[in-house]
Design a protein around this ligand. Structure first.
Ligand SMILES: [Zn+2]
Length: 296
C-alpha cells in the first residue's frame, strides 16, 4: 500500500490573504484541499496521513517534513505569492540534485506527474520546476547537500521524497478566484489523486477491485434469477391448475366439506361471475387452515 503524508501549508483560517480576491486565504483553502485530497486518495486505496490534525495546529516546518518518515511521499500544499499580479503558473519545488540518493529523482518524477495536471485543471500557465539548497552544512553530515525549505529539509532527513506544490499564485486574480471555489478544490483533489494512481501504477489494482465487485454482482444476479425461476414455476403450476367453479360433486372429496363450510359462512363468494375460481393450491391451503381450526 502506498502511503502519502499531506501537509496543508501554514495554520489557522486567515493566513496569507489574497490582495486581489477578497475572502481568499491560502491557509484556509489549502486546509480544505488537503481534506479533499486525503479522502480522494483513501477512496483510491492509498493510505494518507496529515501533518496537522486541527486547523490551528502549526508544527514547525522541519517537524512537518519529518512526519513523512515511513511514508512513500510527502506533499506540502500551498498557493504562491508574488509582488506582481501577473504570474499564475504552478511552482513545483522538488528535492535538490544529490548523487548520494535517489530521493531527488523520485521527488522530481512525482512533481512532474502533478505539475501538468494542476496547470491543466486550473487552466493556468505551464508549471515551473524548481529546487533550492543552502550553501552550508545544515544537518552537519559533512556535505553541502541540504534543502533550503524546512519541510523538504525535514522530509529528506526522514528519507522520504518531498514536494512542495504551489497551486498557482493567490496574487493573481484568476488563480485566487478559481481557488476560492470549494467545487474547484474538489476537482483539483480528484485530479491529483488520479495522477498519483497513474504515477504509482495502481490502475491495475483499482481495475482488479472493480472486476472483483463485478464478479460478486454477477453472482448475486444469478442467484436472484434462480429464485425468480422457482417463483415462475410455482406461478405456472398454480395458473395451469384446473379452476373449480361450483360447490358440487366435481370438487375433490378432500376439499368438499371445507369449501362448503366457507361458502356457508360467506367467506368464499367467488369472482362475481358465479365462479368460485378455486385452484388446487388454494383449496389445499384452505383445508390446512380448516384442520387448524381457523373457522371453528
Ligand atoms: Zn504557502
Amino acid at each position: 500500500m502506498i502511503r502519502i503524508m499531506l501537509d496543508p501549508g501554514h495554520a489557522g483560517e486567515f493566513y496569507n490573504a489574497s490582495p486581489v480576491v477578497e475572502g481568499y486565504f491560502e491557509s484556509r483553502a489549502m486546509w480544505s484541499l488537503a481534506q479533499k485530497l486525503k479522502s480522494a486518495l483513501e477512496r483510491r486505496g492509498f493510505q494518507a496521513g496529515m501533518t496537522r490534525t486541527t486547523v490551528e495546529d502549526d508544527p514547525p516546518l522541519e517537524t512537518r517534513g519529518r512526519m513523512g518518515a515511513g511514508y512513500d511521499l510527502f506533499l506540502s500544499l500551498h498557493s504562491n505569492a508574488a509582488a506582481s499580479p501577473l504570474p499564475d503558473a504552478p511552482w513545483i519545488i522538488t528535492l535538490s540534485p544529490d548523487a548520494k540518493t535517489d530521493l531527488d529523482e523520485k521527488s522530481l518524477a512525482v512533481g512532474k506527474a502533478l505539475g501538468g495536471v494542476i496547470s491543466g485543471i486550473m487552466g493556468i500557465s505551464d508549471p515551473f520546476y524548481y529546487t533550492k539548497s543552502v550553501d552550508f552544512d545544515r544537518d552537519g553530515n559533512g556535505f553541502i547537500d541540504d534543502e533550503y525549505y524546512g519541510v523538504l529539509f525535514g522530509a529528506k532527513s526522514a528519507g522520504v521524497p518531498g514536494v512542495i506544490l504551489e497551486h498557482g499564485f493567490h496574487t493573481n486574480e484568476r488563480c485566487a478566484q478559481w481557488l476560492s471555489s470549494e467545487d474547484n478544490l474538489t476537482l483539483l483533489a480528484e485530479a491529483e489523486a488520479d495522477a498519483l494512481v497513474k504515477f504509482y501504477n495502481m490502475e491495475d489494482s483499482v481495475n482488479e477491485e472493480i472486476s472483483k465487485q463485478l464478479e460478486a454482482l454477477e453472482k448475486a444476479v444469478e442467484a436472484l434469477k434462480a429464485r425468480l425461476d422457482r417463483y415462475d414455476r410455482m406461478k405456472v403450476y398454480d395458473n395451469a391448475a384446473v379452476r373449480w367453479a361450483y360447490l358440487d360433486g366435481n370438487l375433490p372429496d378432500w376439499a368438499y366439506s371445507t369449501v362448503a363450510k366457507l361458502v356457508r359462512l360467506g367467506y368464499l363468494r367467488g369472482n362475481g361471475e358465479n365462479s368460485l375460481e378455486l385452484s388446487e393450491l388454494m383449496m389445499r391451503l384452505l383445508v390446512i387452515l380448516d384442520r387448524a381450526g381457523a373457522w371453528d
